[in-house]
Ligand binder design. Structure first.
Ligand code: 6PG
Length: 484
């Protein structure tokens, strides 16, 4: 068998199939393989009919078709299946060959797999691929990390098939070593959870607070999509709200209000806890999905705690404008927090992340793609060391212009009993991060009072710890001063 294929893709679910067709469109010869081999024939006889896609019915057959160094991309379910395929591939590939995992793998698994595969003399890439079905087919955002030596071999394919922005700039670049690619993709998904929750809260207020119909809300989202909020998620929300069921009624009203989740948002929050980075908005977005899933408990409690009139008084058009600003301000907080998290992870794992480059990768192709990411890219291009996005002159101006509306929306929603966890946690974070003094002096005193945990003083240098015998009955010995 003549080795003529550029890359193999293992796993013929929707993402795998669409990536193969995308690669084929860009002139690459792809071998398709699937554990259930009948899927290979099915794919070749249907979606891939008339293309240059080749099929393989075993891993040795697949490997024999590949040019060296061989590139094999796994598009299988994250978790055990990835490890199983890696072991099988290590049995048929050679040193210098490259294994790529394009699923939503946990970054810690990717760190482990890079080491394992490299120890066998092969190279490994763990890459985020975002954009869903359509993105995979027409141009996803691709976030690769892992063995740096693998990147030159994968770059031409990935950059060719990725989404493009501006003057044909690919939404794909090398992210960093180890699990960097999957970490950035995980953070993308966390931010995706946040963006979706914010849109849902805006919808909730418009529906219950302003009594707007789905068509009216669709029109509002259509307007918003012409301004600073222009993005894929606003665009699909506009279309979802306009969609009618077979009987002509809005489909959205018939969908059960319990959200699913596959875990990437949860991973983002777990990781943030490790670093002590308060990504409060993403955390609330994850917890909001959990609350939504407690349908029976909510139905039960709703009978007891009936809501009174949730209607907002005042001009509807003005309210819609205020809600837009509250959403925009909260979004700025969410991305500020997400970038703080990536910076902490980069420090911990020794990744040299290009924050402007990440914004560019997210600018097109992925689920969170938006005009807004162009502004974030500009901010990091101007100041790569920016630790708080809100301090960039553009964002400083923008958030200041939203605060009145933001406070008005959050306080009114709270008064009316409409839950706005993401809008309100964003505002609480903003008020916290802009407070020179917080009440943690009292908290430290409490810790010292009951556990001799010590405190630092404003009138002494940082790093000097003090203990007070608050009651006169305590001892002289303080607890150690470690902090996580
Ligand atoms: C993407 C998405 C995708 C993810 C879905 C489902 O970037 O294309 O993030 O990777 O699988 O959004 O996520 P949940 O089921 O957790 O909502």
């Amino acid at each position: 068998m003549e080795p003529r294929a550029d890359i193999a893709v293992v796993g013929l679910a929707v993402m795998g199939q669409n990536l193969i067709l995308n690669m084929n469109d860009h002139g690459f010869t792809v071998v398709a393989y699937n554990r259930t081999t009948s899927k290979v024939d099915d794919f070749l006889n249907n979606e891939a009919k008339g293309t240059n896609v080749l099929g393989a019915h075993s891993l040795p057959e697949m490997v024999a078709l590949l040019k060296k160094p061989r590139r094999v991309m796994l598009m299988v379910k994250a978790g055990a299946a990835v490890d199983e395929f890696i072991e099988s591939l290590l049995g048929v590939l050679e040193p210098g060959d490259i294994i790529i995992d394009g699923g939503n793998s946990l970054f810690e698994d990717t760190i482990r797999r890079v080491k394992h595969v490299e120890s066998k003399g092969l190279l490994y890439i763990g890459t985020g691929v975002s954009g869903g079905e359509e993105g995979a087919r027409r141009g996803p955002s691709i976030m690769p990390g892992g063995s740096p030596a693998a990147w030159p071999h994968v770059k031409p394919i990935f950059q060719a098939i990725s989404a493009k922005v501006g003057e044909n700039v690919p939404c794909c670049d090398w992210v960093g070593e180890g699990g960097a690619g999957h970490y950035v993709k995980m953070t993308h998904n966390g931010i995706e959870y946040g963006d979706m929750q914010l849109i849902c809260e805006a919808y909730h207020i418009m529906k219950d607070g302003l009594g707007m119909t789905p068509d009216e809300m669709s029109a509002a989202f259509a307007e918003w999509n012409k301004g600073e909020l222009e993005s894929y998620l606003i665009e699909i929300t506009r279309d979802i709200l306009a969609k009618k069921d077979d009987d002509g009624a809005p489909l959205v009203d018939k969908i059960l209000d319990t959200a699913g989740q596959k875990g990437t948002g949860k991973w983002t929050v777990i990781s943030s806890q490790e670093f002590g980075i308060p990504i409060t908005l993403i955390a609330e977005a994850v917890f909001s999905r959990c609350v939504s899933a407690m349908k029976d408990a909510r139905v039960e409690a709703a009978k007891v705690f009936k809501s009174s009139n949730p209607k907002f008084a005042g001009d509807r058009a003005q309210w819609v404008n205020d809600i837009r600003k509250a959403l925009y301000a909260s979004k700025m907080i969410s991305y500020t927090q997400g970038y703080m998290l990536m910076r902490a992870a980069a420090k911990q794992y020794g990744w040299n992340l290009n924050y402007g480059g990440i914004a560019l990768m997210w600018r097109g192709g992925c689920i969170i793609r938006s005009v807004f990411l162009g502004d974030i890219k500009k901010a990091f291009d101007k100041n790569p060391g920016l630790t708080n996005l809100l301090l960039d002159p553009f964002f400083k101006r923008e958030i200041k212009s939203c605060t009145r509306s933001w406070r008005k929306v959050v306080s009114t929603a709270i008064k009316k009993g409409i839950p706005v966890p993401a809008f309100s946690t964003a505002l609480a974070f903003f008020d916290g991060i802009r407070s020179e003094r917080l009440p943690a002096n009292l908290l430290q005193a409490q810790r010292d009072y009951f556990g001799a945990h010590t405190y630092e003083r404003l009138d002494k240098p940082r790093g000097e710890f003090f203990h007070t015998n608050w009651t006169g009955t305590g001892g002289r010995v303080a607890s150690s001063t470690y902090t996580v």
